[in-house]
Design a protein around this ligand. Sequence first.
Ligand SMILES: [Mg+2]
Length: 395
Amino acid sequence: MRITSVEPVLLKGDDAYRASAGGEEATDNGDWQLLVRVATDEGLEGWADVETLGPAAVTIISGPGMGVTGFKALGELLIGEDPRHVERLWDKLYVGSAYYGRRGIAMQCISAIDNCLWSIRAQAAGVSLATLLGGARRDRVTAYASTLFRETPEGMAQAARDYVEKGFKAVKFGWGVFGEDSGRDRELVAAAREALGPDRDLLVDPGWYPAGWKNPPPLSGPMRSRRDAIALCEWLADYGVGWVEDFIHPERFDEYAQVRAVSPTPVAAGEQVATVWEFERFIRSGCVDVIQPDLSRCGGVTVAKQVAALAMEEGVDFVPHSWLTHLLTAYSLQVIATLPRARFVEFNVSQSGLTRGVCAGTPFTLQSDGTVAIPDAPGIGAEVDTDFIKAHRIN
Ligand SMILES: [Mg+2]
């Protein structure tokens, strides 16, 4: 089998990223979405979503590269290759783009391509990706509703009650107005805890941007000091928060380790971390209780399975970050199926029209016990809606 095309597919929608004021649902990135499609001469194809700057990624995947290794466009490195040689091809993509890449947009594109290759390899073998990765240890996993902070305690309570009503056993609130006013932060978390009751998990993602989240963000101003970060972890423990996420500048590994060492609230992070080398430093330095690689950013399934092994060695939980289309949910579920210990799948309840429309039908729904079933069909268990993609494609 040979790869015949590696195609960036750029979609445009008309929703804007938006944290809502009251109980109504927030919206994720609804203006741009990049997908990658890898096609083969035997008719099999893989699709993946990427969270990145789409227009630049299109050039990195399909633009003309330069003649020298290290400056290649990613697509040209793959044409004619056997898509089943996934891990060798990961190395080829990494080295082929090393002068401009290694992290950022290039690594996000490599992640999507890697995911497509794993999907094709599973389809070619006639098994689920989980089977290919060593076999599923479970057929369902608890889902947490993942959304943005509302602006008022009443809005938080209403939103939390709605998730309970839908059957969720765990909810994560992130970003939004959190960080602008510490008194209000506490009221928002208290309202969510009260509405969820004592036994459902409440997770908090304060964000790490300077001076809280504004749209547009100020990109300057006071970052959280170490003392502030520790104080935050301490008061979140008053509300039994299950983890505090991604609240320190992602380059500051030492600070993560120091805060985590004294935090009464478990620390989760890793969605901004990429490559096994960076994850190894992050995990071995004691930065987290819960590692959260995003399969559309970390280097794809190839890196995620290495990180899962590291997490097991170090005794930390592995819960992939997945707040995008249900293609990312699908890849994440397949990896989660194989873990010796799996707590959650992150379930994006804030999908815009654009992110929601990418997958055909409703690939994943919440069961009455608060879990999502993990598909056992060949490949990843989710299909794209080609009509929707055609209607929203702009490149
Ligand atoms: Mg986060």
